[in-house]
Design a protein around this ligand. Structure first.
Ligand code: SF4
Length: 327
């Protein structure tokens, strides 16, 4: 890893070694950093591998055509976040002794150009997949197809709307034949208002029914996060694309107040609502107990109550991911 790139990555206060340590950790976790200023990354999704190996696909392929799990490129243009969600499986600053860095705002010397990010993400993903070529279990045809992604999903980690050229990034993806999914925590409504083109599908994460629970679950690094999220929900109906609210459920933390969640739903008028179980994986295991992971029956129970209060109907469920779809 080029030291000068580390230096440009930020944090005059940081010992370069720490940045190297963080990048090594990302590398070990299957991330590949892209661009010159290392604020973007790509990773092969578990469901891409499942699709190649066992022909098992993610619920997005089942619920949202034309998604294809094996041709999905999971990436982020912004390796930093203004939330410290308890349920987040990625490494946060201070999660490990001696590993602390300024995650937000990323102080990079400059942001990489959208074309370079998309181009390098495709290339590094292709290199990550080459190992599957010789795998007898891998579906041959799917492997060939997988090398040419038809979808770019900005959901790997961090907050993609903090990258200043999200619109251009979407254009670069579309130029290369990819639809785009964008998953945002909703704290930059002004970025969504100026987004043009819009992503093919826009996800807003809603992890609490009210401000008090919000502060305890997402631990925002910005002071008016709840107000900004609500502003995002207010503008959502005016955004002409497929809009989804993603409710990540943590047992004992945010699985109450369906009436309040329904008020947020009425404000946002999404096309779909995903009620999804928190998964006890990655770094989140250090922050939450295993029994914070709801059972499928808990998710179905919650979805039924939310349906009663919001008027949305339960349309589908996907047990492997603990997810229920309402529309
Ligand atoms: S849509 Fe999401 S879960 Fe499905 S393959 Fe892409 S990144 Fe993975």
């Amino acid at each position: 890893m080029a030291t000068e790139a580390l230096g440009s990555m930020n944090n005059v206060s940081m010992e370069p070694s720490s940045m190297a340590e963080i990048h090594k950790t990302y590398f070990r976790q299957g991330y590949r950093l892209v661009g010159d200023h290392l604020h973007s990354a790509v990773k092969v999704c578990q469901w891409t591998k499942e699709s190649l190996r066992h022909n098992r696909v993610c619920y997005k392929e089942l619920w949202y055509p034309p998604v294809q799990s094996h041709r999905c490129m999971m990436m982020t243009p912004y390796l930093g976040c203004n939330y410290h969600c308890l349920y987040c499986w990625r490494l946060h600053s201070h999660d490990r002794p001696g590993l602390n860095w300024k995650e937000f705002p990323l102080t990079v010397e400059e942001f990489d150009e959208p074309a370079k990010i998309v181009e390098q993400a495709i290339e590094k993903r292709r290199l990550l997949l080459t190992g599957w070529k010789g795998n007898p279990k891998a579906d041959r045809k799917k492997f060939e197809e997988a090398l040419k992604p038809t979808m770019m999903t900005m959901s790997l980690t961090g907050e993609p709307t903090l990258y200043p050229q999200t619109s251009e990034l979407i254009m670069e993806a579309e130029k290369r034949g990819m639809i785009t999914f964008l998953v945002t925590n909703g704290t930059v409504p002004e970025a969504l208002e100026r987004l043009s083109p819009l992503p093919f599908q826009l996800y807003v994460s809603v992890s609490a029914p009210n401000r008090k629970t919000y502060l305890s679950v997402v631990k925002p690094l910005v002071k008016d996060g709840w107000e900004k999220l609500n502003r995002t929900l207010e503008i959502l109906p005016s955004l002409n694309t497929r809009r989804v609210l993603r409710l990540t459920m943590i047992k004992g933390w945010n699985m109450m107040g369906q009436e309040e969640y329904a008020e947020l739903v009425k404000k946002a008028q999404p096309n779909y609502i995903e009620v999804k179980a928190y998964e006890w994986v990655g770094q989140s295991q250090k922050r939450l107990p295993k029994n914070a992971m709801p059972y499928m029956r808990d998710i179905e129970e919650f979805a039924k109550k939310l349906s009663r209060h919001s008027g949305y109907t339960v349309k589908a469920k996907f047990e492997p991911s603990g997810a229920v779809l309402l529309a």
